[in-house]
Write a protein that binds this ligand. Structure first.
Ligand SMILES: NC(=O)c1ccc[n+]([C@@H]2O[C@H](COP(=O)([O-])OP(=O)(O)OC[C@H]3O[C@@H](n4cnc5c(N)ncnc54)[C@H](OP(=O)(O)O)[C@@H]3O)[C@@H](O)[C@H]2O)c1
Length: 282
């Protein structure tokens, strides 16, 4: 692994999972890492991992925190600029589109899409100074949409589109923009997603149960095995490292055999056959 001494990166959503692994990997390679967190416990835990990690209070839906975080990083990097922004923060709202509460749908888009744009805008002056890279953590769920996660898929499909536009708009200045598209990764998102889904379900009328109850239960029952058996988040961090350091990075990286197969096989199937297979798999 080449040294990243003298380089500076911002990772959003660094308290757990892919963001945390990425922050630690970059810090261990010698980079200074500003790690976005939402509470002091997460900040303390990350600071304990490496002296190169500096926590930033950064909820991507909070404009004041975004502005303060950008000012902090700008003051630290000065004219050297920022070498990379990893737009990783994210969450999943699970509910059938027929019933998903609109405020929850809006929050999903706010966190996974609008927040990413707001953060990117705030850090772009620093990124330009270093011809830095923007790494957007999307998902295979940004290429293939299944059931019950329509709000999440909408956010990730849209992030794929934004990544394509950003890449084209920023390339004249030498900035690279890359999408990382993981399959199932063993992170807390599966468990926090389940408890978030429980809260969402409390707002949904009871007729959801006879209509979608079996599927919802199946999704809930599969979460612990996904949290345990997915690829370790360090594998995604290693791909992010490649995207940050390759002389000519790919525009998108699928991570995991499930994502590769999903892309190669599922996307080629006729729509109704794919719908049938997804339903059988659930
Ligand atoms: N795990 C998978 O199978 C998988 C697959 C494809 C793509 N992804 C994507 O990978 C990214 C990281 O997810 P993960 O799997 O590593 O899950 P995770 O461990 O749950 O991490 C999610 C991170 O996002 C943060 N976050 C949530 N809402 C936020 C907000 N409003 N502002 C700032 N940070 C916020 C969380 O912070 P708190 O701890 O404060 O909540 C946490 O640090 C997400 O974009 C996810 O969609 C994951």
């Amino acid at each position: 692994m080449s040294t990243l001494h003298g380089k500076t990166y911002v990772v959003t959503g660094a308290s757990t999972g892919i963001g945390r692994s990425t922050a630690i990997l970059l810090a261990n390679a010698g980079a200074q890492v500003f790690a976005g967190v939402r509470n002091q416990d997460a900040a303390n835990a990350l600071e304990g991992e490496s002296p190169n990690i500096r926590p930033l209070m950064l909820d991507v839906t909070n404009p004041d925190q975004i502005m303060e975080a950008a000012q902090t990083v700008s003051a630290a990097v000065k004219t050297r600029g920022l070498n990379g922004l990893i737009n990783n923060a994210g969450m999943a709202v699970a509910a059938p589109l027929e019933f998903v509460p609109i405020d929850e749908f809006r929050y999903q888009i706010e966190v996974n899409l609008i927040g990413q744009v707001a953060v990117t805008q705030a850090f772009l002056p620093c990124l330009r100074a270093a011809k830095g890279r923007i790494i957007n953590i999307t998902s295979i769920g940004g290429r293939i949409a299944g059931r019950l996660l329509g709000a999440y898929h909408a956010s990730k499909f849209a992030m794929e589109a934004l990544t394509d536009t950003m890449r084209q708009e920023l390339s004249p200045w030498g900035l690279q923009v890359v999408a990382i598209e993981p399959g199932e990764i063993a992170t807390p998102i599966w468990i926090t997603g389940t408890s978030y889904a429980d809260r969402v379900m409390e707002k949904i009328p009871p007729q959801v149960t006879p209509m979608y109850g079996n599927e919802i239960e199946a999704l809930r029952a599969s979460a612990p095995s996904k949290a345990a058996n997915g690829l370790p988040p360090e594998k995604v961090a290693a791909v992010i490292y490649r995207a940050l350091t390759a002389a000519r990075p790919k525009t998108r990286y699928l991570v995991g055999i499930d994502a590769q197969i999903g892309d190669k096989v599922f996307r080629l199937l006729p729509d109704r056959l794919r719908d049938y297979m997804i339903r059988r798999m659930m």
